[in-house]
Design a protein around this ligand. Structure first.
Ligand code: ATP
Ligand code: MG
Length: 415
């Protein structure tokens, strides 16, 4: 709420407080919304203060000059806009709430004119129509409260899906490569646009080999120093595999030292997300510190593990790192070669992960390695892989499942 008409002393106090010690205060009035907000903002821990109420209670609260980081206010019970009483109430909120405190409003009005009015004219930071889900809170509200929004919020830029092996050799590259191939094959029917597979292994990448392609050049320089990479780097580093599928990979001699920087990583992602709707990434493990920013940029992190104890331990650590980096848990776990010899029993795997793995892929035998040696994609050499990979591909890119498609269709028909 932007209005300078508030006690200067409050602003003074706020400035001396370390930002994280201030609370996010929420005024909510129904159980479902309270549950969604509490669950979606769980990473904020004890710095979220949920109170019963709405606009009136919020105004009263701000009159007390309590320092807060942000406010979430349900205005469903506030006077109707047409009554002419909503605007004065929001003006009063603007006069009491410090201007640097972002205010997120919730309400039942779904009219775009209402949205424009409260956000563009009355200065609310954003407005969310109810009902609010935990997922929506997690995706749209949490990053903005954590200050991580700019990189991951731009709705128009492509989605980054990072594939990480819990440890070496568990099949991360296999699953990344074959997922993009499967997505590309489905793309036309499913209205999926341009897809890139980025291999961040600069020296020993195997994505190109699995695809029977040759890596391009220019990726290393762009990852090192954005200032030195020109506008054409993408053209040189990208190999078109078909009309909509592209491989972005570098092939550096193993004795050439690459000094990748976080700025370079962000730059490469900025460029790729402008051009591609989906950017799948084969991430080196352990994730080099200068690439850790990637965990924050990723829409989803796919953690691949084998059914063994080290895999469980490392998958757990990776999930924590990714959750901490992004502020919300956007990790999918894939138990690969689930029935391999000596595999841990499923209940032990679930206990170790704290939940069931999101996807399970069986051991598909020696033909998988044979495919690598032939430079053929496993998806064509081992057709069963397609069936096992399909649920993962659909989920990570957010395509409707067959069940939800049937459901929405039957709803349309029954109207
Ligand atoms: N479900 C599966 N069944 C049988 N073999 C598999 C399966 N998944 C992967 N493989 C085989 O396991 C080997 C290692 O796979 P891949 O190179 O994808 O692992 P990675 O995690 O990327 O390893 P690295 O740490 O070297 O990057 C390959 O030969 C691959 O064909
Ligand atoms: Mg690999």
């Amino acid at each position: 709420m932007l209005d300078s008409d508030h006690p200067a002393a409050a602003a003074e106090d706020d400035r001396h407080l370390p930002p994280d010690s201030r609370l996010v205060v929420a005024f909510l009035d129904d159980e479902a919304t309270i549950t969604a907000v509490r669950a979606g903002l769980a990473p904020l821990g004890s710095s979220i203060d949920v109170r019963r109420g709405g606009l009136r209670q919020a105004i009263r609260f701000f009159r007390s000059l309590a320092p807060v980081r942000a406010a979430i206010i349900d205005i469903s019970d506030a006077p109707d806009l047409a009554s002419g009483e909503l605007q004065p109430a929001l003006d009063e909120l603007a006069r009491t709430c410090p201007p640097d405190v972002p205010v997120f409003l919730l309400g039942t009005n779904t009219d775009i004119t209402f949205y424009r009015l409260v956000v563009h004219e009355m200065g609310a930071t954003d407005y969310f129509p109810r009902p609010l889900t935990r997922d929506l809170v997690q995706r749209q509200l949490l990053p903005r409260l954590l200050g991580t929004a700019p990189e991951i919020q731009d709705a128009r830029s492509g989605r980054v899906i990072a594939f990480c092996g819990a440890r070496g050799g568990v099949g991360a590259t296999t699953l990344a490569v074959n997922s993009v191939l499967q997505l590309a094959a489905m793309a036309q029917n499913q209205s999926v646009g341009q897809i890139a597979l980025l291999d961040l292994h600069l020296h020993d990448g195997s994505a190109a080999m699995m695809l029977g392609a040759r890596p391009g050049s220019g990726l290393r320089v762009a990852l090192e120093d954005p200032a030195r990479s020109d506008a054409l780097f993408l053209e040189r580093a990208t190999i078109a595999l078909d009309q909509r599928l592209h491989l972005v990979a570098g092939d550096e001699a193993s004795d050439s030292a690459a000094t990748v920087t976080p700025e370079g990583v962000v730059h490469v992602f900025d460029v790729l997300r402008q051009r591609f709707n989906y950017v799948f990434v084969d991430v080196p493990m352990p994730v080099p510190p200068e690439m850790r920013i990637l965990l924050r940029l990723a829409w989803h992190v796919v953690v691949v593990l084998h059914p063994d104890l080290p895999g469980l331990r490392d998958a757990h650590a990776l999930r924590q790192a990714a959750t901490q980096a992004a502020g919300s848990d956007r990790v999918f776990t894939v138990l690969n070669r689930a029935d391999m010899r000596g595999a841990l029993k499923r209940d032990l795997v679930e206990r170790g992960l704290g939940r069931a793995p999101d996807f399970v892929i069986p051991d598909l035998g020696g033909r998988m390695t044979e495919a690598v040696n032939l430079g053929k994609p496993a998806l064509t050499h081992v057709p069963a892989l397609r069936r096992h990979l399909l649920p993962l591909v659909r989920e990570v890119v957010g395509l409707p499942t067959e069940t939800s498609r049937r459901w929405s269709l039957s709803r349309l028909i029954s109207r």
